[in-house]
Structures are given as structure tokens and as C-alpha cells.
Design a protein around this ligand. Structure first.
Ligand SMILES: NC(=O)c1ccc[n+]([C@@H]2O[C@H](COP(=O)([O-])OP(=O)(O)OC[C@H]3O[C@@H](n4cnc5c(N)ncnc54)[C@H](O)[C@@H]3O)[C@@H](O)[C@H]2O)c1
Length: 330
């Protein structure tokens, strides 16, 4: 658990703060008494949504800008004790059809952001959100921090490169970096307009609409689903623990399930929806990573973190949230 007063009064910057993870983290940080600024470029088709921060809108500063907007971002990073760097896209397929979009959204702005930090807050504590996709088709099962990166798409390769940039800036200027290689995260506040990323969330929309969910192949690939509140508690611990500086962590879920079991659990939680097996489309098949099984014992040993939300419970909460708020997400 996070120490009682660690975050009280802390000046914190969250990039991607209007999106799914950033906004949920911001809400929790305000509960803990932090002073929070959200930086977000409201990039088209991503998860930026002012409804996400409705409950805190009068207590949080929002700056609408790209991470690479140096004139705006340079003054913004000054004096921040902690930066949660979450502002990137997660569109695997789009990164393959439009690599320049990936470069312009996830790579160049990140280098510019690191330069802002180098010149205006060189020893800031930075938590970078990487992705399990950096392991691609994992070269060891279970995946650990020692599993070599093996990206299967441009997005994953960029996320790996940007993680390395972060760790390098630690050597260049003293930035205190931690990277969390996040897996499939679900819950309230995710965008639900399309399935270009965060497919696990989009399946919940399909079930709520009583649609037929397409399972590519037999659905036997293993998956891990992490509820957003568990990720937020993990990020808070990483921001607090000094021994996490200069470290990379894998994170996993309480239960290991197959994709088919995930779809069945979603249909149960929503009380509607059906599924059908269809052949893999070529574009999806080419970036499919096979089984995902993670050993996150290093994270637990360093922070005490363990996931506490079981899938059935997390899905019920998520379905309930979207039933009540669908007009803001559909
Ligand atoms: N949600 C998941 O399951 C998951 C899994 C692994 C990794 N991640 C990582 O988490 C991060 C965010 O995920 P999310 O689910 O909150 O996505 P999201 O789309 O809900 O939020 C991302 C936010 O970042 C902003 N943004 C993106 N690029 C930006 C830029 N260059 N400048 C300024 N703002 C920018 C977007 O406008 C958006 O509001 C990504 O880095 C992603 O790789 C997410």
C-alpha cells in the first residue's frame, strides 16, 4: 500500500492525462492530496475525454498540448517532483499501416519531452508506461524482466526504443526513471468508439449491445487482464519506492485465462452478447503474440504490489460504468 502521506502536496505532471490510465490515476492522486497537472494533446481517435475528469475538473490543471510543444512544455515540467509519462498511442495496426503516425506521436514528441526534462528538471522522477508488447512473441514463458525484447509491430518497437531513451537520459542528466511494461488493462474511462486498440474494452461494448463477438481462431491463446484500479495502485507504489529507480518491471494479473474464457466472462458480466469463431484476418495474425504469461515477482518483491481485482468483479464494475455513461463513450 502507498504510504499515507507520500503524495500529499506533491507536484505531479501526468502526460496523456485525459485518457484512460492518466485520468484514473489523476483522480486517485487528488484523493491523496497531490497537486496534479494533466498534459494532453487530444490526439484524434485516442482516449482523451473530458468526461473522464468530470469529478475533479475544478481541482486539476489541464494543459492541451503535444508532448513535443517545447514552448508550452518546458515551463510545465519545472518543479515537478514526479512525472507519469503516459501520453502515447497504443494502435498496433495503425503503426504498421502508418509508421509515420507512430513516429510523430510516440517517438519524436517523447524525445522532445525528454529534452524539456533535461534542460528544466533533469533529476525528475519519471514513471514511463511501457508495454508487454515489447516482448512480442515472448522468447521465454513466463515472461520476466530478463526476457529479451522481441517486438512484432512498429508500435512495440517504438515503445522499446522510448523506454531505452528514458533509461539513457538517466545516464545523460540524472533523470530517475522507472518503466512499467503494462499488459492488457480494462475498466471504466477507456475509449469505446473503435477496436483499433484496447480490444478487451471494446468487447465489453459489443456484449452490452448484444452483438456477436468475433473470436479469431479457437481463442486458446492465454491472456492476462488487469483492472485499472490495480494498475493505478501499482503506479503509485512505483512513484514512491526509491529502489524502483532505474528499474524495469513486468506486471500481470491475478488469473490466467484464454481469450475464449475472457469473452465468455464478458458475456456473463454483461448479461448479453454472443460469440462466433472466425479465421484470423491476415493483418491481425501477423502481429499476434501467442500466449501471455507473466512472472511479476520482481514487482511484488520491490513494492509489495499484487493485483486484487478478480476478473468477474472487474468486469461487473466496468459493465456497470458503461451502462450508466455510454453517451460519453460510444
Ligand atoms: N490500456 C492498456 O491496456 C495499455 C497496455 C499497455 C500499455 N499501455 C500504454 O499506456 C499508455 C496510455 O494508454 P491509455 O489506455 O490510457 O490510452 P488513451 O488513448 O486512453 O490515452 C492516451 C492519451 O495520451 C494522449 N497523447 C498521446 N500521444 C500524445 C502526444 N504525443 N502528446 C500529447 N498527448 C498525447 C492522447 O490524447 C490520450 O488522451 C500508452 O503509452 C500505452 O502504450 C496501455
Amino acid at each position: 500500500m502507498t504510504s499515507e502521506n507520500f503524495y500529499a502536496g506533491k507536484k505531479i505532471l501526468i502526460t496523456g492525462g485525459l485518457g484512460f490510465i492518466g485520468s484514473t490515476l489523476a483522480i486517485r492522486l487528488l484523493e491523496l492530496g497531490a497537486q496534479v497537472t494533466l498534459l494532453d494533446g487530444l490526439i484524434a481517435d485516442l482516449g482523451a475525454n473530458y468526461f473522464n475528469i468530470k469529478s475533479i475538473k475544478d481541482r486539476v490543471e489541464v494543459v492541451e498540448a503535444g508532448l513535443g510543444d517545447r514552448p508550452l512544455v518546458d515551463p510545465l515540467v519545472k518543479g515537478r517532483e514526479l512525472v507519469f509519462n503516459i501520453g502515447m498511442h497504443s494502435c498496433h495496426l495503425k503503426s504498421m499501416t502508418d509508421p509515420l503516425f507512430d513516429l510523430q506521436t510516440n517517438v519524436l514528441p517523447q524525445i522532445q519531452f525528454l529534452e524539456s526534462l533535461r534542460f528544466h528538471n533533469p533529476q525528475a522522477r519519471v514513471i514511463y508506461i511501457g508495454t508487454r508488447a515489447q516482448f512480442g512473441q515472448a522468447l521465454t514463458i513466463p515472461i520476466t524482466e530478463n526476457t529479451p525484447p522481441n517486438p512484432k509491430d512498429i508500435y512495440a518497437a517504438s515503445k522499446q526504443a522510448v523506454e531505452w531513451y528514458h533509461l539513457l537520459y538517466q545516464k545523460i542528466c540524472g533523470l530517475e526513471v522507472t518503466s512499467l511494461r503494462l499488459g492488457n488493462t480494462y475498466g471504466p474511462r477507456h475509449q469505446m468508439r473503435h477496436a483499433q486498440y484496447g480490444v478487451q474494452n471494446f468487447l465489453i461494448r459489443q456484449a452490452l449491445e448484444d452483438q456477436e463477438i468475433k473470436i479469431f481462431g479457437d481463442g486458446s491463446q492465454k491472456r492476462e487482464m488487469i483492472y485499472i484500479d490495480d494498475i493505478v495502485s501499482c503506479l503509485l507504489l512505483l512513484g514512491e519506492k526509491t529502489q524502483c529507480v532505474d528499474q524495469v518491471y513486468c506486471v500481470g494479473s491475478a488469473e490466467s485465462i484464454t481469450f475464449l474464457e475472457l469473452v465468455e466472462a464478458i458475456i456473463r458480466a454483461c448479461g448479453s452478447g454472443r460469440y462466433v469463431h472466425v479465421p484470423w484476418p491476415e493483418d491481425r495474425k501477423s502481429i499476434e503474440v501467442g500466449d501471455v504469461v507473466t512472472d511479476f515477482s520482481k514487482l511484488t518483491a520491490h513494492t509489495g504490489w499484487k493485483p486484487t481485482t478478480l476478473l468477474a468483479e472487474g468486469l461487473l464494475k466496468t459493465a456497470d460504468f458503461y451502462r450508466k455513461n455510454r453517451q460519453y463513450y460510444w
